[in-house]
Design a protein around this ligand. Structure first.
Ligand code: NAP
Length: 309
């Protein structure tokens, strides 16, 4: 039986992996994406991770993984389908982690570090035109729309960063947002306002994404007046936030009303032996630095639990 299974290899999972290896725990990391780094892999530039100004997300993700590899952390590329509660040979609580390819791993503890996935807008045409002008990753797909007119939906950091990235490639970029206040950091809002080919359309919502085989326009509704207008665009980048990936844990741990795993700074969940680290956890600030900190803290909680178990 393993001491620890870490599920997810974004910044929280990889940080947990290096702390667990240094603590000489028998640990394995499960990653379903086939690569490590989580959301930061598609982040063009990370400007707020201490000591590494202006590093690109792909490089930072790779450096995190290289660090875990250097400590010989073990990784399995597979998806966790189900977790079961079991008792070990001494009658103590433990878990069985079932993987898609058939393997089942018994472990005394689990760190849930599965992060969050892109929230859907829910507009007509969104599913239909996915990959044909509808994208959730401007860094990945922006270059396909060089010199075209594009739109970004949302008013957070991701929407504003996406718009700035697209402004260097596209003829024009619209930011479509349902309010006239923005969650994006003030400095990035300022940069957007100073960029000539970005236009913000406040109080607008996307009713429908239209096209033939590819996106050609969006039908907008002004949510104060009900006025509608059609805007010609070749692509819509949707950046309306994230949903925590908690499906495999929800039968074991308490979630808050938005679906995040309830856990404090010690990363302890409502279930003994299960810890939550990174974006999946209830917390005031979801950033790389807070995810990395969670990875370390979660392992410390695991060690304490294993000692008194
Ligand atoms: P976010 O901050 O939650 O913003 C989501 C945006 O989408 C909000 O403007 C929200 O509008 C809008 N929205 C949500 N549901 C919508 C719907 N159904 N229809 C229309 N609009 C909708 O999400 P995010 O930008 O993805 O960022 C996620 C987290 O990562 C945040 O904590 C962010 O600070 C962090 N992050 C940080 C950095 C950085 O520090 N460099 C970079 C990227 C992300 P309302 O405001 O009206 O609710």
């Amino acid at each position: 039986m393993r001491d620890l299974v870490i599920i997810g290899s974004g910044p929280a999972g990889l940080s947990a992996a290096i702390y667990a290896k240094r603590a000489k725990l028998d640990v394995v990391v499960i990653e379903k994406a086939g690569y490590s780094g989580g959301q930061i892999i598609t982040t063009e530039r990370v400007d707020n991770y201490l000591g590494l100004p202006e590093i690109d997300g792909f490089s930072l993700g790779n450096r995190f993984r290289e660090h875990a590899d250097k400590l010989e952390a073990e990784f399995i590329d597979d998806e966790v389908l189900k977790i079961e509660e079991i008792t070990d040979s001494e009658g103590k609580k433990a878990y069985k982690v079932m993987l898609d390819k058939g393997e089942a791993i018994e472990t005394k503890t689990i760190i849930a570090a599965t992060g969050a996935s892109h929230r859907k807008l829910g507009a007509a045409g969104e599913e239909e035109f996915m990959g044909m002008g509808v994208s959730y990753c401007a860094t990945c797909d922006g270059a396909f729309f060089r010199n075209k007119v594009t739109a970004v939906a949302g008013g957070g950091d991701v929407a504003f960063e996406d718009a700035l990235h697209l402004s260097s490639l596209c003829e024009k970029v619209y930011i479509i947002h349902r309010r006239d206040e923005f969650r994006a950091a003030v400095n990035i809002q300022q940069k957007v306002k100073e960029t000539a080919n970005i236009e913000i359309l406040p109080f607008y919502e996307i009713k429908e994404i239209k096209g033939d085989k590819k996106v050609t326009s969006v039908q907008l509704v002004q949510n104060k007046t009900g006025e509608e207008k059609e805007l010609g665009v070749s692509a819509v980048f949707i950046a309306v936030g994230m949903n925590p990936q908690t499906d495999i844990f929800k039968d074991f741990v308490d979630l808050d009303e938005k679906g995040y795993v309830k856990a404090g700074e010690d990363c302890k969940t409502s279930s003994e032996g299960i810890y939550a680290a990174g974006d999946i956890r209830t917390k005031p600030l979801r950033q790389i630095v807070t995810a990395v900190a969670d990875g370390a803290t979660a392992v410390q909680s695991v060690e304490r639990y294993l000692h008194q178990r």
